[in-house]
Design a protein around this ligand. Structure first.
Ligand code: MSP
Length: 648
């Protein structure tokens, strides 16, 4: 079976950020997973180098456009190489073969009667390279996607008959409910199509940095619309329009995109493919957006997370693990060093790293590093059954792109291992002269580590190779089949010592406020406009007094307080608000207050918040606090007040 996995191709007018890294990590993980399963897999990534926006950025750089795009494209390629992304091809849309393929597709669509010439007049956003109907503009003027000013553009244009494909598209979504993953994202696309599709302008005359029209059209003033050009990369990379050399990989199995470009991939792209009489991709996997510490990342705020900086500080494999574990595929995710460090310390270092160390330590002590699985089945049937059940469930999760659930399940294997050690206490068995039992437990856990490493390898390829090396086997399709599919055990081997794989991280390793990255949009006019919009938004943010009183604030007293185990941040408090029972409040203040110091003190509580779960514990309120660069302090009444006194 062949598999074809793609990432979007990245615009070359800015540097790679964490959002690009996420798409690339997840696509790389799925491609590695398919290869592990023995599928003939092709993985494509690359850069999107045409269009007005890039032409403008190149002009500002003072370089020739091609020189500029080559340099910027190389920054992406070099980064992916440094991160050991296992792509099979890195495509550039300025590649000659790509241009030939785009021209060929244009001719095929035209011959089919799907392309005609006309005039376009509309509100155009240069930054998004998109026309928007007036009804979609913000305040009748601004781009609904990026907020920049749109311009009225009237130009001669070739159009693609998108409207012709409305019914076929709707039928395809209906017949293939997993075409868009997660399914929940499908509705927005379906509703958009149901709202009616207008034909799509697919050429431009207002700039020249694009794929030229096929010679036979004799119409040099047009260049191809960048989205037509860009989407076609997925087939030109396989030789479409040239030699079709790799077209056996088409249709793609999963094409990864961010939610902002889902519409292009779930509407335009399938319509283009229908016009070309090519099959549609099996899945379009749309992921959410990453924020930083809860805030949208933007170059002007200077809070864009640079994946290189994070990888240099924490290691690229830890970053891969964090990003894939942290968010359910399709939902937005937040990058914070705190959350990242918590996962490194508790999941990677404690659960996985310590288990490996314990096994190395015990086998060294009890059997001169020799692991023998001869008695594992005799003493550990239950653990083996539990482990096999987990292994059997993993595949469906990965196939559904549920990486967070996949890793969560995978981690249960380490719990089985840790629990087996606690319950069977090999050190006691040794003292009781039951060496075969002790060694069986050690061998069980070594096997758990081996199987888990195979399944973790698509996410953390280098780290798992080190573990496999310590356990004296290699991770590949053969070991996948033997250890995971056929549930065999590694029989007899010598284990090797390895240095700790996941040193604990005590403090954030990067500055919290990173220096601003170079702005890709240094146009002063636009900056002023954004500042004006911000001001307007702040004005719009004023609230009526009634809105303020919708929040119920009350004085309370802390009656109990304790630390939340495994959390650096959280304290669990019981707060008396003068109600029938105390409220449980889980607050992120452990770094600033000890539990004991809070007992008996007064606090101000937001009392009508919907309860929320933090680290599995219900929190039924929020404490008022102020935080600046010197730290955090609780807001308390100046003089003691009765519990339950309203604040207003
Ligand atoms: N060039 C187009 C894609 C053409 S594909 C035929 C493009 N490029 S992009 O560089 O702007 O974005 C590439 C990908 O990065 C998109 O999938 C986009 O969703 C993703 N992200 C951009 N910012 C992001 C976050 N903050 N978080 C997660 N992903 C985000 O669009």
């Amino acid at each position: 079976m062949s598999k074809y996995i793609t990432t979007p191709i990245y615009y070359v007018n800015g540097e790679a950020h964490i959002g690009h890294a996420y798409t690339t990590f997840i696509a790389d993980t799925i491609a590695r997973y398919e290869k592990l399963k023995g599928h003939d897999t092709y993985f494509l990534t690359g850069t999107d180098e045409h269009g007005e926006k890039i032409e403008e950025s190149a002009k500002k750089s003072g370089k020739s456009i091609q020189e500029f795009t080559d340099e910027m494209s190389a920054t992406f390629k070099n980064l992916w190489d440094e991160f050991e992304i296992a792509y099979d091809k890195f495509i550039k849309t300025t590649d000659e073969n790509h241009k030939i393929g785009v021209q060929k597709a244009f001719k095929v669509m035209y011959a089919k009667g799907d392309i005609y010439k006309g005039f376009y007049e509309g509100n155009y956003c240069i930054s998004c390279e998109t026309f928007f109907p007036e009804t979609q503009l913000t305040d009748g003027e601004f781009c609904p996607d990026c907020g920049r000013t749109t311009n009225i553009v009237k130009e001669e244009s070739y159009f693609f008959k998108l409207s012709k494909y409305e019914d076929r598209l709707l039928k395809h979504y209906e017949d293939n409910p997993d075409f868009i993953l997660p399914r929940s994202r499908g509705n927005e696309v379906i509703n958009f199509v149901k709202g009616g599709l207008r034909d799509l302008s697919v050429t431009r005359t207002s700039f020249s940095w694009g794929v030229k029209m096929p010679k036979s059209f004799n119409d040099d003033k047009h260049v191809m619309y960048v989205w037509l050009d860009a989407l076609l990369n997925y087939i030109t990379a396989l030789g479409y329009g040239k030699d079709d050399a790799l077209m056996n990989y088409w249709p793609a199995s999963t094409q990864f995109v961010g939610k902002d470009i889902l519409r292009f991939h779930a509407i335009y792209w399938p319509a283009f493919l229908m016009s070309l009489d090519l099959p549609l991709p099996k899945h379009i996997g749309a992921h959410g957006w990453w924020t930083r510490d809860g805030e949208k990342m933007s170059k002007s705020k200077g809070n864009v997370v640079s994946p290189k900086e994070v990888a240099d500080a924490y290691g690229v494999e830890n970053l891969r693990y964090f990003m894939l574990r942290e968010v359910p595929f399709g939902q937005d995710g937040d990058f914070s060093q705190r959350a990242f460090i918590d996962r490194i310390n508790s999941e990677l270092s404690n659960d996985l790293g310590n288990l490996l160390n314990r096994i190395i330590g015990m086998s060294g002590k009890y059997s001169d590093f020799e692991i023998n699985s001869v008695d594992v089945e005799k003493y550990h049937t239950k653990e083996l059954n539990d482990m096999n059940e987990i292994l059997d469930n993993l595949d469906a999760l990965m196939e559904n792109l549920q990486t967070h659930r996949y890793l969560e399940e995978l981690w249960k294997l380490f719990s089985i291992g840790n629990k087996a050690i606690e319950e069977h206490a090999p050190w006691v068995k040794i003292k009781e002269d039951k060496k075969d039992e002790a060694l069986a437990t050690v061998a069980l856990v070594a096997n758990i580590l081996a199987k888990a490493s195979v399944m973790l390898s698509p996410v953390m390829p280098k780290t798992t190779n080190i573990i496999a090396d310590a356990l004296n086997f290699s991770i590949d399709n053969t070991s996948y089949k033997e250890l995971v599919v056929d549930k065999k055990l590694l029989k007899l081997f010598n284990i090797k010592k390895v240095p700790p794989l996941f040193p604990r991280v005590e403090e954030p390793l990067m500055e919290e406020a990173p220096k601003a990255m170079p702005d890709d949009n240094p146009n002063d006019e636009m900056k002023e406009e954004l500042a004006a919009k911000k001001e307007k938004k702040e004005e719009d943010n004023l609230i009526e007094i009634g809105q303020f009183f919708e929040t119920s604030l009350k004085v309370g007293v802390v009656v109990e307080a304790e630390e939340v185990p495994k959390s650096k941040k959280l304290l669990k408090l019981q707060v008396d608000l003068g109600e029938n029972s105390n409220r449980q409040v889980v607050a992120g203040i452990k770094e600033f207050y000890s539990a004991e110091s809070l007992i008996g003190t007064q606090v101000c509580v937001v009392a009508n918040l919907k309860p929320a779960k933090l680290m599995g514990m219900m929190s039924e309120g929020m404490l008022l606090a102020a935080k600046d660069e010197d730290g955090l302090c609780l807001i308390r009444p100046e003089k003691p007040k009765k519990v339950g006194t309203p604040i207003g």
